[in-house]
Design a protein around this ligand. Structure first.
Ligand code: COA
Length: 521
């Protein structure tokens, strides 16, 4: 269990090492015997002596740990000298360094003491114990470490679900190349792989599908709520409503805290919530347009059934496969914001529904769920291939971002866009043709006006083209992304619950130094 000291607030605001250091410092000479230095430490009640040379500058530090090492080696400490056992050229700190920085340095390097040196002269010593007295919000004996803003590059857990290798343009689900899975398997296989950890054989697949098909239905008791939510949509599609209805599904199905459930029960909730998601999206979409919702069909694959529920027509195999491949390519993608959110919520022991609804909230932000429709707007704005280069150049000069290009992790072709380009070309049509024509021109122009930035088409550039060709309107683009990503969230929820530790980082308090007197009311 994490031990947090009693005081709830840190008191470090504005304090520096100089305010806290002990002075004068107990010192020893490098030629002094270890035994005499140990006597000096005992006499002064300190855990270290700073070793000073001529002219009084620190040349080393001798700590209790060094004394133990010397004693354990069998050396006669009345003969052995300090210079042989001290840590030479120790790290030192200036008196105006903040307490928090000093604490971080001590913790990271594993030091217990650092000499304080002002302009080359030893002016004091600061110990972990001194610092911990003022940083009482920190776990006892363990100092916080500053992570970069946004946690970029920070590993916060281990996973076997999958990962992204940006420099290589590669991502994988479990141990398999995700694009290869999308080329060769179906969505249910990938779903089983993520939830159960292995690709199914024919019998496993049948059993898996038989398990998830009943989960497609929205609980009948929620029909009035779904209609109500659809009626209140603000014309932005069913993404917000999906959050509300999935929350209600979890309540109607009496999802219980993952903390109280075994792995099989968590898996059942995970299958239920992912299976019902496309039905909710389609129902909200249709009701929002004044149409009757269409019940799911058990004889169709997940992607084909989704399109059936949206359009009321069984899609051609070609269209169903195109959407299925888009869904397979977007099931999971490293430790992105919504995936992390699902794990933070699960780490509290909350139910699967809470984790998924929270993840949907994270996905809804424009910096994450994105807007594949914006890439289509770009194509509309460019109009014809001959205008592409000038249009891009003008837009970049105006400081605009070209939608569907660039990626935070991929600095080469986004493997999802490579496969979706193929899918778009297979479906054909003027939009796909135009997109492939201008992609190269856009990449070349970006390389010219933003040299060295490595900007290539990302998943959104072709996602919109493929979904539009499959008959999905722009307001369904991000909800369709949620239809697949919910599967990845569920795999992460299950993994987090199986080996849980509450995710509880720290923040650095930088407000006015407390406690300030509370003004009289
Ligand atoms: C996705 C995205 C946010 C990733 O950004 P990032 O890797 O963090 O890169 P940065 O925002 O630090 O940009 C690095 C440089 O490339 C430029 N750049 C990045 N994407 C660009 C784009 N799409 N168009 C024009 N310039 C772009 C930036 O202006 C910046 O230039 P600078 O060095 O002169 O300031 C960014 O590429 C973007 O905004 N793309 C357009 C929106 C989009 O397609 N989103 C869907 C993503 S799946």
């Amino acid at each position: 269990m994490e031990t947090i000291a009693a005081t709830a607030q840190p008191r470090t605001g504005g304090l520096t090492v100089g305010d806290l250091m002990s002075s004068p410092v107990v010192t020893a000479g490098p030629g002094q015997t270890v035994a005499s230095a140990a006597d000096a430490m005992v006499l002064a009640g300190v855990g270290s002596v700073v070793v000073v040379g001529d002219p009084g500058r620190p040349v080393g530090i001798l700590t209790e740990r060094d004394l133990v090492r010397a004693a354990a080696s069998g050396v006669d400490t009345r003969v052995g000298i300090v210079a042989e056992w001290m840590t030479a050229a120790p790290e030192v700190v200036a008196p105006d360094v903040s307490i928090d920085r000093a604490l971080d340095t001590l913790a990271r390097r594993g030091y217990r003491h650092i000499p304080v040196v002002d302009d080359g002269d030893l002016s004091g010593i600061v110990s972990m114990r001194d610092l911990m007295k003022v940083a009482q919000v920190r776990p006892a004996g363990e100092a916080a470490v500053d992570a970069p803003r946004g946690l970029k590059g920070v590993v916060v857990t281990e996973t076997t679900v999958g990962d992204v290798r940006g420099a290589e343009g590669f991502f994988h689900y479990r141990q398999y190349d995700a694009t290869e899975l999308a080329r060769t398997r179906n969505l249910e296989d990938v779903w089983a792989l993520l939830i159960d950890g292995a690709l199914p054989d024919d019998a496993d697949r049948d059993a898996f599908v038989a398990e998830l098909v009943p989960g497609r239905a929205i609980p009948a008791v929620l029909a009035p709520l779904v209609a109500e939510v659809a009626g209140r949509a603000r014309g932005e599609g069913p993404l917000d409503g999906l959050r509300t209805v999935l929350s209600a599904v979890a309540a109607a199905e009496r999802f219980r805290p993952t903390y109280d459930l075994d792995a099989a029960a968590i898996r059942a909730d995970a299958l239920r919530i992912a299976a019902v998601t496309p039905t909710v999206v389609a129902a909200l979409h249709r009701l929002g347009r004044g149409l009757e919702p269409i019940a799911p069909r058990g004889d169709l694959g997940h992607a084909a059934n989704y399109l059936w529920m949206v359009n009321g027509e069984v899609p051609s195999d070609e269209i169903a496969r195109a959407v299925e491949q888009y869904l397979m390519l977007t099931v999971d993608h490293g430790f992105n914001a919504s995936t992390f959110t699902s794990r933070v919520i699960t780490s509290t022991g909350a139910d699967v529904g809470a984790a998924i609804v929270g993840a949907l909230g994270a996905l809804s932000g424009p910096l994450h769920g994105g807007a594949p429709s914006r890439a289509l707007d770009l194509l509309d704005a460019i109009g014809t291939p001959d205008r592409a280069s000038d249009w891009i150049r003008d837009a970049v000069v105006r400081g605009e971002r070209i939608m569907g290009f660039g990626h935070a992790v991929y600095k080469t072709d986004d493997p999802r866009s490579t496969l979706l380009r193929e899918v778009a070309q297979r479906l054909g049509g003027p939009r796909a043709e135009f997109a492939t024509q201008v992609e190269r021109l856009i990449v070349d122009t970006l390389a010219e006006v933003k040299p060295g930035r490595q900007l290539y088409a990302n998943v959104e550039f072709y996602a919109g083209v493929v979904m539009e060709a499959a008959g999905l309107p722009p307001e369904l683009f991000t909800p369709t992304f949620a239809v697949s990503r919910v599967i990845g969230w569920c795999a992460n929820v299950m993994e987090q619950a199986a080996d849980n530790r509450i995710i509880r980082p720290s923040a650095r308090y930088v407000g006015p130094v407390p406690p300030q007197p509370v003004p009289a009311p």
